[in-house]
Design a binder for this molecule. Structure first.
Ligand code: SAH
Ligand code: SF4
Ligand code: F3S
Length: 439
């Protein structure tokens, strides 16, 4: 018997890439590949890349540099670049890194087996099309093998918002929603394989509008139907845009016990002028009002957001408005970024804020957000929450999982297994996790 070919995938960027990597592994699995967790000895390496900030995109070339010796060791090795750098740079990648054999954009993953075969025959295989056919329907069926208790499920892809700083509308293309029946089927299949917690994914997930069995469904309707799936205990969705939070979706946060009290709702800035320059389509006040309505529907909702420091022409006073908004909302979690100019986006044409000022603003954002995150964790101490256990922890007898509010929680106790959903009482808050006792 010949040995199976080995596939190594390294994933960068957002959860959508994590989901895509899984699906690519499954698709190549049907071609006889088994996944390995080291690049050494692999027959196919895929770097599933992110183009969101300059530093993210540059990581790919660093990684390729480190892999330079591998082809000499294994003449069968083929190297592929997938994801958003593949889409954005296409053939330029081959010019800059001749060791690359295939370049595949996010909308062409279902063609990966064919492209891999072309690469094996010595061609440089590139596919950065936005094809007519639906890639999801052509990706290999998910195998029936058991898997971990938490999973991502992509329901929507692409973005029509064109925020002035962002490459996603160019790398992922226009907004497309998957039909609701397909999503429900994939969810049921995941549950059969042991999944109890599903996070619905989309670059603009709350803009979801898929064909349901009685007309078009929004995200709220999809969540309501998913909540009826037996054995599926927890639902989340990410990432949302404030403009697409409709009444029904806000109400769903109050109505659906399975919809977890955590929402990532990026606002980027607290300054109306900057929000306008960013093309976000709402004001700071609109956002604050939205948060109030969400908290009315679900008082224990933990909110998280993304912020960009030093967007072109941002003044000190405008930056302080962002800090004010953060103080007003009180976020449980936040992702902070220094603005990074991206080729081809409208903001790239505008004058940048000086680098040192950007660094200083980022640092101040981080200090504030970290203190709110700590406080939100401290606030959990003494409370009862649900935890879905995923795997053994580092200490003997320890198990780790995620709370309803998405905090990492560790418990030391007998008789916990992966996939158990248990009530716990939080006893202490550490740097990035909570300690708890089983109830
Ligand atoms: N679709 C999501 C997020 C996409 S990218 C949304 O609409 O919010 C994730 C985050 O990266 C963004 O929310 C933004 O904060 C950050 N980001 C995107 N482009 C950036 C850029 N050019 N420079 C710095 N941060 C950026
Ligand atoms: Fe990028 Fe804006 Fe679309 Fe989010 S909504 S993916 S930030 S363009
Ligand atoms: Fe990055 Fe593409 Fe996701 S640019 S953040 S991998 S959509």
């Amino acid at each position: 018997m010949t040995e199976p070919k080995k596939l190594f995938i390294k994933t960068y960027g957002c959860q959508m890439n994590v989901y895509d990597s899984e699906r690519m592994a499954e698709t190549m699995g049907a071609q006889g590949y088994v996944q390995t967790d080291t690049a050494e000895g692999a027959d196919l390496i895929l770097l599933n890349t992110c183009h969101i900030r300059e530093r993210a995109a540059e990581k790919v070339y660093h990684e390729l540099g480190r892999m330079r010796g591998l082809k000499a060791e294994n003449p069968n090795l083929k190297i592929g670049i997938t994801g958003c750098v593949a889409q954005a740079e296409g053939a330029e990648i081959l010019a800059r890194a001749p060791m690359v054999d295939l370049v595949v954009g996010p909308q062409a993953y279902h063609r990966l087996p064919e492209l891999e075969a072309r690469a094996r025959s010595g061609e440089k295989a590139i596919d950065t099309d936005f094809p007519e056919e639906d890639k999801f329907e052509h990706l290999a069926e998910r195998p029936k093998a058991k898997r971990g208790p938490a999973a991502f499920l992509t329901v929507q892809e692409g973005c029509d918002k064109f925020c002035a700083f962002c490459v996603v509308p160019y790398t992922r293309g226009a907004e497309v929603s998957r039909p609701a029946e397909r999503v429900l089927k994939e969810a049921r299949d995941l549950v059969e394989r042991g999944v109890r917690d599903i996070t619905l994914l989309g670059q603009n997930v709350n803009a979801y509008h898929g064909v349901g069995f009685d007309g078009d469904w929004g995200l709220a309707r999809l969540l309501r139907e998913l909540a009826k799936v037996d054995g599926l205990e927890r639902l989340r969705y990410t990432t949302s845009h404030p403009r697409d939070m409709d009444d029904d979706l806000i109400a769903a946060h109050g109505d659906l016990d399975k919809l977890m009290p955590y929402l990532h709702l990026p606002v980027q800035s607290g300054s109306d002028r900057i929000l306008k320059r960013m093309n976000r389509g709402h004001t700071a006040e609109d956002y604050l009002r939205l948060i109030e309505r969400l908290r009315d529907a679900r008082p224990d909702l933990l909110l998280s957001s993304d912020f960009i420091a030093a967007f072109p022409e941002e003044t000190e006073a405008e930056f302080e408005e962002t800090l004010d908004l953060i103080r007003t909302v009180n976020f449980g979690m936040a992702y902070t970024f220094k603005y990074s100019s991206r080729p081809g986006t409208p903001a790239a044409e505008r004058p940048d804020v000086a680098d040192e000022i950007g660094d200083d603003r980022l640092r101040r954002l981080q200090i504030l957000c970290t203190s709110q995150q700590r406080a939100a964790q401290e606030n959990m101490v003494g409370k009862e929450v649900g935890v879905l256990f995923e795997k053994p922890g580092r200490q003997p007898g320890q198990f780790v999982g995620k709370s309803d509010h998405l905090h990492a929680v560790h418990v030391t106790a007998e008789g916990i297994a992966p996939g158990d959903l248990r009530r716990v009482r939080v006893t202490a808050s550490g740097t990035n996790s909570l300690a708890a006792d089983l109830l």
